[in-house]
Design a binder for this molecule. Structure first.
Ligand SMILES: Nc1ncnc2c1ncn2[C@@H]1O[C@H](COP(=O)(O)OP(=O)(O)OP(=O)(O)O)[C@@H](O)[C@H]1O
Length: 981
C-alpha cells in the first residue's frame, strides 16, 4: 500500500516514499547480503579460527582417539588373555598367604577367622596352620569366633583386618561342611588387579579340604600323604584375542569437546554483534530479524556439513571400524544434526548474555557440565531399558541437551562395529534397536545373529528426530527471547507479541497501532499522529523560551490540521520533512520500578524540520540529543508523543518500516566490523536498505569517492583511523539517497582538514533532503546549521538560526584586547602586568566591566546589550590611547555560539538546581567563617566584615555548577576553591 506521495526525488530503492519492498524480496536480498558479504567474509578473514573450527579441532581429536585406541590395544597385548596360547601353563594353588602381603589390609591383621570356635574346629584349624606349605601360620594370625554373626560383627566394626574366613558346619565327626568368606572388593596393586580366587579363596579351600580329608582318613586308621595333596589349575588353550575398539566409547565425548570451539565462536559472534551495536545499526537500516537469524543459521548448516564430512574422512583415514563398517550416512547425520542442535543451543544461550567475553566462560561451563553428563551416558544412562523412567526429571534433562544423542548414537555405532559385528546399515537405523523381552528375542532369531546387543530404547533414527526437534525448539526459543528480553537499548516486546496481527503484517517495531489516514492535496494519504500515550509533565513550572513557545504553537497548529478529517496539505506541511509532536522518553519505567526511579530523557519536544535544511541539535552531555535521534530512527520507542517523517508516523502500523526506507543514519559511535573492508560495508548496508542491487556497487563507489575512501575501500576497517571510520559512517548514512539523514556527532575525532571536507559533503547533501545533526562543535553548528536548537536536561531551550540565537542569548559583543608587544622574544613581565592593569582600570571606569577571561595574549570582555550604545565611543577612546596603554591589538566580535551554548546550559542547570532544592554552595574561608553562595551567584559577602568576594563557576561533566575559584573583589590573586556544595 502506498501511504503518501511526494514530489521529491525517489530513493535508490526505486520505490516511492512510504513503500516498502515485499517481504520475500526484502528477505532474500538481506539474507544473501548478510550471509555472503558479512558472515562468510568475517569467517574467511578470521582464517585461523575458521580452520581450527572446521578441520583442525576434529582432526586433532580424531588423532587423539587413534592414539588412545593404540595405547589401550598395546596394554591389552601384554596380558596372556590377548595372546596366542597353544599349551597353557599349570598354575599351582599357593599356600595360605600371610595377611601382610595384602596391601589393603590394616595392621595388626589375621590370615583367617573361623567359626564356630569349638574343640573340633580348633583341631582342624591347628592342622591347617601347622601343615601350610612353606610357612607355619602363627597362632596370633588366626582367630576363632563363637558363630558367624560374631565374626561378621568384628569385621564390620574393624574392617580390612583379615583376608578370609572359614565357617564350619560340624554335623558329625565324619560329616563336616564349610563355607568360605573372602573380601569381594576389587583390589588394584601397581597396575594389576588382585585375583581374589587365586590369592586367598583357593588356598584356603585346598587347606581346609586337605585337613578334613586327613581327619577322615585318620578316623579310618589310615594316613594321608601330604605330598599327594597337590591341586593346580590350567586355562584352555586359545588363539589371539582381539579386543573391541574403544573408539565407540571415546569418540562421542571427543567430538563434543571439538564442537565446543564452534559453540563459543557462534555465541561470541552473535553476542559480539549485539554488544558492538552492529545488530541495532542493521535494524535501524531496515534489517529483518528473520534475515539476520537465517543468515547465521545457513552459515552454521554449511559449516556443520563440511565439518561432518571431514570427520567422516579423518575417521576413514585412521581406519576406525566405526567409520568403515557403519553406513556413512548414519555417522554424517549424527554429527551434522548434533552440530546444528548445538548451534541452535548457542543462539538460545546468546539471548541471555550481553558481553562476548562471557561467551568463552559460558562455553567452558557447558563443556564441564557436558563432560560430566557424558561419563554417565557412557554407562548407558538413561537410554537403556533398565534406566528409562527411573528418575523422569533426569531423563528429561538428559533429553534436552544435544550431546546426549551424540554419545548414545556413537556408542551404538561403536558397539555395532566391534569385533565380529557387521555395523549398522542406513535402512536399519530404527530396527537395530529393540526393547524386547527374552521370550520375544528367542522368537526372533535374526536378532540373536546380528544386533543382539541392542536392547535399547532410543535408535539412531529416533535420535535424529530428537536432534531436529531440539534444533527447532532452541531456535524458536532464541527468536522469542531475542524479542522479549531487553535489547542493548533496554527495548523489548511484550511476551505475546507474536499473537498480534500487526507483527506478522509489518514485522516492524513493537506496539504499533493502525492509524486513520488523511487526504493530502496530491490525493495521497498521510498518517495522523497519535499523542495518546503522552504524559502530562509539569511544564508550566519551567519558563519557556519565546521562540520555543512559538515553534510549539506552530507545530501544534500543524497537528490540529493533520488531525482534521480531511483537507488539503498546507504549504507549510509540504515543506516539512519531520514534525515532532510532544516527543517524550522516560527510562526506568517498568512494572517493578516505582515512579520515583523514572528518568525523563526527553520531556516533550515540539518542533519541525524543513526539507533542504540542516537542523542542528546542540546540548551538553546528557541533554537528550541522542535519545531524540534514537526515537526518530526507531531505535527507542517514544514513551509519549509522536513524529511524522515525510508524513509517516513513528508509531503507526508499519510506519517505522516505511521511514527506514527513506532514512540514513550515522550513529554516534562507528558501528563497523573490523574484519570487513569499507567497500564490503557499503555492499552490506546497501542491500539491507533494499537498494536496487544493480545500483549498490555504483553508488558505493560514488560515495566512497566523495568521502575520499576510494583507495582505502579495500582495506579492513580495523586499520582505519578514527577519522576514516567516521567518514565511512557518513557515506553509509548517505547510501540510497535517503530523504532524511541523521548524523550523530559525525566529525568527532577528525582532524581539521577531514572535518572541513566532511562539512562540504554534508553541505552538498542538503539538497533534496533534510539533515539532523548533533554536534559538540559550535563552529560546525555555526557553519552548517540552517536552524539550531539547543537542548538541556531533556527540554528544548532555544531554537532559530545562528544569528537569531546569538542576538537573543549572546551577551552582546566580545572585545579582546592584547597588551603583548608583537615581535619581541623577551617579554617584560612587570611591564605587561602594568599594561594589563591599565586596560582593566579603563574598562572598569568606562563600562563597569571585569574581564570575562584573561590569557597572556588577550584580556577579554563580554559587553552586554545594555552597554551596546556606549561601545563605539569607548572603542574610539581605546584606539586613541592605544599607544599610551601599550595595546598591540583590539578585536571586536558578536558573541559566539559557544557563549550562547554556555548561557543556555547554565540556565538549565540553575533551573535544575532550584527544582532539586540545591540552593546554595558553601565556601570555607581560612578565617573559619563560611560563605553561603546561592547557586550561580557571582558575588558573596563576608558574614562579619562585609568584604565582597567574586565567585567563578564552572559546570562539571554532568552539567552541575561547581565553584571553580573565588577572590576578594579587589584582589587579583585568585584562590582555588575548596568549596563543598
Ligand atoms: N537506555 C537508557 N537507559 C537509561 N538512561 C538512559 C538511556 N539512554 C540514555 N539515558 C539517559 O538519558 C539522558 C540523555 O542521554 P543522551 O544520550 O540522549 O544525551 P546526549 O545529549 O546525546 O549526550 P551526549 O552529548 O553525551 O551524547 C542521559 O542522562 C542518559 O544517561
Amino acid at each position: 500500500m502506498v501511504d503518501v506521495m511526494d514530489t521529491s526525488p525517489k530513493p535508490s530503492t526505486g520505490l516511492p516514499i512510504g513503500t516498502v519492498q515485499g517481504w520475500p524480496k526484502r528477505f532474500w536480498q538481506q539474507f544473501t547480503a548478510l550471509l555472503l558479504f558479512k558472515t562468510v567474509r568475517v569467517a574467511l578473514r578470521n582464517r585461523r579460527s575458521t580452520i581450527v573450527r572446521l578441520a583442525l579441532a576434529p582432526l586433532i581429536f580424531i588423532f587423539l582417539v587413534f592414539v588412545i585406541d593404540k595405547a589401550i590395544r598395546a596394554s591389552d597385548r601384554r596380558s596372556s588373555d590377548f595372546q596366542d596360547v597353544r599349551s597353557p601353563a599349570t598354575e599351582p594353588i599357593t599356600p595360605i598367604p600371610s595377611c601382610d602381603t595384602d596391601l589393603y589390609v590394616r595392621q595388626p591383621c589375621w590370615d583367617f577367622f573361623y567359626t564356630p570356635d569349638t574343640p573340633d574346629t580348633q583341631a582342624i584349624v591347628a592342622a591347617i596352620k601347622a601343615n601350610n606349605p612353606g610357612r607355619v601360620i602363627p597362632d596370633a594370625q588366626v582367630k576363632g569366633f563363637a558363630d558367624r554373626a560374631a565374626s561378621n560383627a568384628f569385621m564390620s566394626a574393624d574392617p580390612e583386618k583379615v583376608i578370609g574366613a572359614v565357617h564350619f558346619a560340624v554335623i558329625s565327626p565324619t560329616n563336616i561342611g564349610f563355607t568360605l568368606q573372602t573380601n569381594s572388593t576389587t583390589k588394584f596393586f601397581k597396575s594389576t588387579f588382585q585375583n581374589r580366587e587365586l590369592f586367598v579363596q583357593l588356598p584356603l579351600q585346598v587347606a581346609v579340604e586337605r585337613e578334613l580329608s586327613r581327619r577322615f582318613f585318620a578316623a579310618e586308621g589310615k594316613t594321608l600323604d601330604a605330598s599327594a595333596w597337590s591341586v593346580a589349575i590350567r586355562k584352555f588353550p586359545h588363539p589371539v584375542l582381539t579386543t573391541g575398539s574403544v573408539v565407540g566409547q571415546v569418540i562421542g565425548p571427543f567430538l563434543f569437546a571439538a564442537n565446543m570451539f564452534a559453540f563459543v565462536l557462534v555465541i561470541s559472534g552473535v553476542v559480539g554483534e549485539r554488544e558492538l551495536g552492529l545488530r541495532q545499526a542493521l535494524r535501524t537500516m531496515g534489517m529483518l530479524d528473520s534475515s539476520f537469524w537465517s543468515s547465521w543459521f545457513a552459515f552454521e548448516v554449511v559449516m556443520a556439513a563440511i565439518t561432518s564430512l571431514l570427520i567422516g574422512a579423518f575417521g576413514a583415514i585412521f581406519q576406525f571400524d566405526i567409520f568403515l563398517k557403519n553406513s556413512f550416512g548414519l555417522l554424517f547425520f549424527l554429527f551434522f544434526l548434533f552440530q546444528l542442535a548445538m548451534a541452535a543451543f548457542a543462539f538460545f544461550l546468546s539471548t541471555f548474555i550481553s558481553k562476548a567475553s562471557v561467551a568463552v566462560n559460558l562455553g567452558f561451563g557447558i563443556f564441564i557440565v557436558g563432560w560430566i553428563m557424558q561419563v554417565v551416558l557412557l554407562f548407558g544412562y538413561p537410554f537403556t531399558p533398565s534406566y528409562v523412567g527411573d528418575i523422569p526429571i533426569v531423563t528429561v534433562i538428559f533429553g534436552l541437551v544435544p550431546w546426549s544423542y551424540l554419545v548414545k548414537g556413537v556408542n551404538d555405532l561403536g558397539s555395532a562395529s566391534a569385533e565380529g559385528q557387521p555395523g549398522i546399515r542406513w535402512g536399519d537405523r530404527y530396527e537395530y534397536c529393540k526393547n524386547l523381552s527374552s521370550d520375544e528375542i528367542a522368537k526372533q532369531p535374526y536378532l540373536a545373529n546380528t544386533y543382539r546387543d541392542f536392547q535399547c530404547v532410543l535408535s539412531l533414527g529416533q535420535a535424529y528426530g530428537l536432534l531436529i526437534g531440539l534444533t527447532i525448539v532452541y531456535t524458536v526459543l532464541a527468536l522469542f527471547l531475542d524479542n522479549v528480553l531487553p535489547n542493548e537499548n533496554g527495548v523489548r516486546r511484550a511476551p505475546w507479541y507474536f499473537l498480534m496481527p500487526n507483527y506478522w503484517c509489518n514485522v516492524g517495531r513493537a506496539n504499533f497501532r493502525k492509524r486513520p489516514t488523511v487526504q493530502t492535496a496530491a490525493g495521497a494519504q498521510t498518517v495522523r499522529p497519535s499523542l495518546r500515550r503522552t504524559s502530562t509533565l509539569d511544564n508550566a513550572a519551567v519558563p519557556q523560551d519565546e521562540d520555543v513557545a512559538n515553534e510549539e504553537k506552530r507545530v501544534k497548529e500543524l497537528l490540529a490540521h493533520r488531525s482534521g478529517t480531511s483537507g488539503a496539505m498546507s504549504e507549510l506541511e509540504q515543506a516539512n520533512a519531520v514534525e515532532v509532536f510532544g516527543l517524550q522518553k522516560v527510562f526506568g519505567r517498568n512494572i517493578f520500578k516505582r515512579k520515583s526511579s523514572e528518568f525523563w530523557a526527553i520531556k516533550g519536544s515540539w518542533f519541525a524540520i524543513e526539507k533542504n535544511q540542516l537542523f542542528c541539535l546542540l546540548g551538553p552531555n546528557g541533554a537528550g540529543k541522542t535519545t531524540t535521534i534514537n526515537c526518530l530512527t526507531g531505535v527507542l520507542p517514544p514513551s509519549g508523543g509522536d513524529a511524522l517523517v515525510y508524513g509517516q508516523s513513528l508509531s503507526s502500523s508499519g510506519g517505522m518500516d516505511r521511514i527506514r526506507s527513506i532514512m540514513g543514519v550515522c550513529p554516534q559511535f562507528d558501528i563497523l566490523w573490523g574484519e570487513l573492508t569499507g567497500r564490503e560495508h557499503m555492499l552490506i548496508y546497501g542491500n539491507i536498505k533494499g537498494l536496487d542491487p544493480k545500483l549498490v556497487r555504483a553508488q558505493s563507489e560514488t560515495l566512497l569517492a566523495k568521502v575520499k575512501l576510494s583507495e582505502a575501500g579495500n582495506m579492513r576497517t580495523s586499520s582505519y583511523s578514527g577519522g576514516m571510520k567516521r567518514r565511512l559512517s557518513v557515506a553509509i548514512a548517505l547510501l540510497g539517497d535517503p530523504h532524511i539523514v541523521y548524523l550523530d556527532e559525525p566529525t568527532t575525532g577528525m582532524d581539521p582538514i577531514s572535518r572541513r571536507h566532511v562539512w562540504d559533503i554534508i553541505e552538498d547533501a542538503k539538497q533534496g533532503r533534510a539533515i539532523v545533526l548533533t554536534t559538540h562543535s559550535m563552529e560546525e553548528a555555526d557553519v552548517l546549521g540552517d536552524r539550531i536548537a539547543i537542548m538541556a536536561k531533556g527540554r528544548l531551550r532555544c531554537i532559530g538560526s545562528s544569528i537569531r540565537l546569538k542576538q537573543r542569548f549572546g551577551s552582546g559583543y566580545q572585545v579582546a584586547v592584547s597588551v603583548l608587544p608583537s615581535g619581541r622574544s623577551q617579554v617584560d613581565l612587570v611591564g605587561l602586568e602594568k599594561r594589563s592593569q591599565q586596560v582593566q582600570a579603563f574598562f572598569r571606569n568606562q563600562l563597569g566591566l571585569e574581564p570575562s577571561d584573561e590569557t597572556k595574549a588577550y584580556i577579554q570582555y563580554l559587553v552586554p546589550r545594555s552597554k551596546e550604545a556606549a561601545l563605539p565611543a569607548v572603542l574610539s577612546m581605546l584606539e586613541a590611547d592605544a599607544g599610551e596603554m601599550g595595546i598591540s591589538d583590539i578585536q571586536l566580535s558578536l558573541t559566539s555560539l559557544e557563549e550562547v551554548f554556555l548561557t543556555i546550559a547554565r540556565k538549565a542547570e540553575l533551573e535544575a538546581a532550584a527544582a532539586e532544592g540545591r540552593a546554595t554552595s558553601i565556601i570555607y574561608l581560612d578565617d573559619g567563617h563560611q560563605l553561603k553562595v546561592p547557586i550561580g551567584e557571582e558575588t558573596a559577602t563576608h558574614p562579619v566584615n562585609g568584604s565582597i568576594y567574586r565567585i567563578k563557576w564552572a559546570q562539571d561533566d554532568a552539567g552541575r555548577l561547581q565553584i571553580l575559584e573565588w577572590h576578594l573583589q579587589d584582589s587579583l590573586s585568585s584562590v582555588t576553591a575548596t568549596a563543598a556544595s
